[in-house]
Design a protein around this ligand. Sequence first.
Ligand code: SAM
Length: 242
Amino acid sequence: MSFFGELYLRSTLPFLSEAVTAREAEYLARAFADVPGPAPIVDLGCGHGRHASRLNASGPLAGRIIGLELDALSLSMRRPGFPAVQGDLRALPFRPASLAGAYAWYSTLFAFTDEEHVHILREVARVLRPGGRLVFQTVPYERLAESPGAAFQQTLPDGSVLEEQSRFDPVTGRDEGRRTLTLPTGRRLTASYSIRYYPLAELRRLLESTGFSIAWVHGGLEGESPARQSTDLIVGAGLQHG
Ligand SMILES: C[S@@+](CC[C@H](N)C(=O)[O-])C[C@H]1O[C@@H](n2cnc3c(N)ncnc32)[C@H](O)[C@@H]1O
């Protein structure tokens, strides 16, 4: 089965606090506040829309957010108040230079092969208009490298049992894991994932080779500089001129 969809939603939603989502949405509102409208800003891999619904409802980006999501179940569960299209990051269903911005949270852009990451970033560059901005969040490579192995088991509020094992390989930059959720009915959902974490210098090269230049790098939601103890790597990038 696919990692995203029912397994991801059932195993992740119970851990997503409204307070953290609110802080992430506030970060995004600030990150795009100076990008002129009215062209839309797309939430790439919007999931059930926890960021898009807030941003589209009020604040500086109200009415400008659209969601892009491949998974039909995530779309069917989405929060109210924002338009969304079903589509693939690898073939964005938008016209060239039609969007003012794009953002992606939770390493969404890097859950594919390295070749696909290049392709996805080129797709994002294609649909952004001149002066357009891309903002994405992932986890610093160094953080994975410091604690490369993880294994846990936990019972969720609905009685499901979540088990996960993962291992980060610093040579490939990939965190490979397997997640299993056993529902109270005994039904088992299980899937593997492979997420790429790029050292910042490599990420910079990747962005520059796909049409972007980095405007800022933050280590957290308050806009702090990246540091050894940073839990986030948040990048703001602009389309290169010409
Ligand atoms: C890590 S989740 C993040 C969801 C949401 N942005 C959030 O922060 O809660 C990644 C999302 O990307 C979606 N996704 C995975 N592959 C995709 C693809 N090829 N095209 C579009 N969306 C995709 C998944 O279904 C999932 O909703």
